[in-house]
Write a protein that binds this ligand. Sequence first.
Ligand SMILES: Nc1ncnc2c1ncn2[C@@H]1O[C@H](COP(=O)(O)OP(=O)(O)OP(=O)(O)O)[C@@H](O)[C@H]1O
Length: 265
Amino acid sequence: MTLFETRGLRKAFGGLVALDEPDITIESGELVGIIGPNGAGKTTFFNCITGVLEPDSGTVSFAGEDVTGEPIHAIAQRGLVRTYQHTRELTTMSVKENLKLAAPDHPGERLGQAIRRPDSVADHEAAVERRADDLLEQFDLTHVADHYAGELSGGQRKLLEIARALMLDPEMLLLDEPLAGVNPTLGQEIVEYIDALNDEGTTFLVIEHEIQTLAELVDRLIVLNEGSVLADGDPETVLDDDEVIAAYLGGTGDDGVTTPLGGES
Ligand SMILES: Nc1ncnc2c1ncn2[C@@H]1O[C@H](COP(=O)(O)OP(=O)(O)OP(=O)(O)O)[C@@H](O)[C@H]1O
């Protein structure tokens, strides 16, 4: 069953066309990677499908509904949730508070409801508490639950970012560079978490510059180049594609972020 689909999406910044109709379809339960040289439009794509940016034209549909242009929280409520390349934790709050704040309908903000329906709010708070505790345990963060989030290592911040997204119980999770700045051991753990969550039914779309690691993880790899889909298929075939190799070799690579495809030819 198709869960997610974009058609004819365009986004320009002044004269620069960042998204040029990358038509992308994701089936429910898939684990899909997106790669592409620096500036290919990957983050702009995430921004346009999650309500961070409004596309100039085109449509985004999720679970059979047109969600184009809806605000971030409305799209997240539908079950399409993302993480950010630069993690967004509140550094002077505890790790656990960060998780609890990510829950939908934070009860503390709904005093009117608290007065009218105390039981349901108490139930909600207990459920949020349980969910936060479960995620802390699942991501091996229980021992730092009461630490300020600002004290976490870069890798632990990535884990917290993913855990915060999971507080929203997403049907589809969009991860923007989950391995960037993470040491290889923790990176492997993150890969295993993604794999396990996918086995449990979460659909994934993952932007990542660690191409070899991503290729081993995903069912399908999409290559964006200059805002369009250059290739889409099983990872081995895609990484062997001459046009894909040329697109990477053509990249400037001047900031050291572009990862060579490596070892394929
Ligand atoms: N807010 C903005 N204002 C102007 N130009 C932008 C803006 N956001 C992105 N761009 C430009 O749009 C193009 C696509 O950028 P985007 O960040 O989506 O690429 P990317 O594939 O995610 O790159 P990277 O791998 O380096 O993160 C780039 O040329 C970028 O400079």
